[in-house]
Design a protein around this ligand. Structure first.
Ligand SMILES: [Zn+2]
Length: 379
């Protein structure tokens, strides 16, 4: 969901650190709001120094969020859960860990350690504020950073997936039911409920208190959370379907095969222009040996169509183009992405039973979702 357009800023202990472009917006906003409060309190200091100070505070906030995420990643790694990347985005960060290597207890510990880190940071900044003394610039800056870390901890503990608190909730349900899909569904629903509640509170704030900016912030945060909850649930469902459904359920049947010694001209006239397919398996004797695609035909000069045989331009069927009917969709997707023909042939021992294209796959997924078949009734 996030991180697709994120900038990579380096690696730490094998974990890639990334920043989503939305973060530069929030960093600017936070820096600006720091400047406004600093300017209000300590206007005697001078604008240049205050801007520098506000920049430093924004930077400190950035490191606090990073520490929160590094804590997730570090605990994950000590538990042998693979961590791929950390992405900082609009309202915080996301640590991408490999779910397959995870257990409910791991998820609980990994999730809780983030907010705990933010709480510890809040405590440290509070001590710093006391040390500098109230009324001083240092005390004020430290106190503000303490508050922000406290808010970060509390917001992340809200029990709605994909927030840390939602992950804690999911791990508890997961542990009790042994069913991660059900646990994710409940935790994601909670995330949506929390998201819509925050939107409602934001709307009330605007309508009753007239606080437009604050209210809009709440609406934005609530909307973001509700969307993220929905998206993470769909993502999990999608992954489960890929891992469980066999190729034979998705493939288009009614495969039309071409004999290898037919000319391209005949293939065009009698196959491409008559059937609704952009590729045809090519037969040699009793074996299917190749795949003739529209692209291969297009790349052959028109004047050679009547003299060239299909077998001369068809792509030989290698392992990267064939899946067994019982192979699961994750394998199919891997081969669809890996090859440049954008299709795989479903076959057993040279006997073709179907073809799968990305379009077949996405249409099948869409129908599955529209009919509500994404979950087995038992769960
Ligand atoms: Zn977290």
């Amino acid at each position: 969901m996030f991180g697709r357009n994120a900038w990579s800023i380096g690696r730490l202990g094998g974990v890639e650190l990334k920043i989503d472009p939305s973060w530069s917006f929030i960093a600017f906003l936070i820096g600006y709001s720091f400047f406004v409060v600093l300017d209000f309190r300590f206007d005697a200091i001078g604008t240049g120094v205050l801007i520098g100070l506000a920049g430093l505070m924004a930077l400190a906030f950035f490191f606090c969020v990073l520490l929160h995420e590094l804590a997730h990643a570090w605990v994950a790694q000590t538990r042998d859960v693979e961590v791929e990347s950390i992405t900082l985005f609009l309202f915080g960060g996301a640590t991408k860990a490999d779910l397959e290597t995870e257990e409910p207890n791991d998820e609980l510990t990994i999730a809780i350690v983030g907010p705990v880190t933010s709480l510890v940071l809040a405590g440290l900044f509070w001590l710093g504020a006391v040390g500098f003394g109230s009324g001083t610039v240092g005390g004020f800056v430290s106190g503000r950073l303490g508050w922000i870390n406290l808010i970060l901890a509390v917001f992340n503990l809200v029990p709605g997936f994909p927030l840390d608190g939602g992950r804690v909730l999911r791990s508890i349900i997961w542990k009790q039911t042994g069913n991660i899909a059900r646990a994710t569904r409940i935790a994601a629903r909670a995330g949506q409920v929390v998201g819509f509640s925050i939107i409602a509170l934001g709307a009330l704030e605007i309508l009753l208190l007239g606080a437009l900016i604050g209210g809009l912030w709440m609406v934005a945060i609530g909307w973001f959370l509700a969307q993220a909850a929905q998206a993470s649930f769909l993502q999990l469902q999608f992954r489960q379907i890929l891992a469980e459904v066999p190729a034979s359920r998705v493939m288009s049947n009614g495969v039309v095969e071409i004999a290898g010694d037919v000319t391209i001209q005949r293939a065009v006239d009698e196959y491409f222009m008559k059937h609704d397919h952009n590729a045809f398996p090519v037969r040699d004797g009793d074996q299917t040996v190749a795949l003739l695609t529209l692209n291969a035909v297009r790349e052959t000069p028109r004047e050679q169509w009547s003299t060239t045989r299909v077998s001369e331009i068809a792509e030989p069927l290698s392992d990267s183009l064939i899946v067994a009917p019982s192979d699961h969709l994750d394998e199919v997707v891997g081969k669809l992405m890996g090859g440049d023909l954008r299709r795989v042939v479903v076959a057993t021992d040279g006997e073709v039973s179907g073809v799968i294209t990305p379009r077949d796959l996405s249409r099948w997924m869409q129908r599955t979702q529209e009919l509500g078949l994404t979950e087995s009734p038992a769960s």
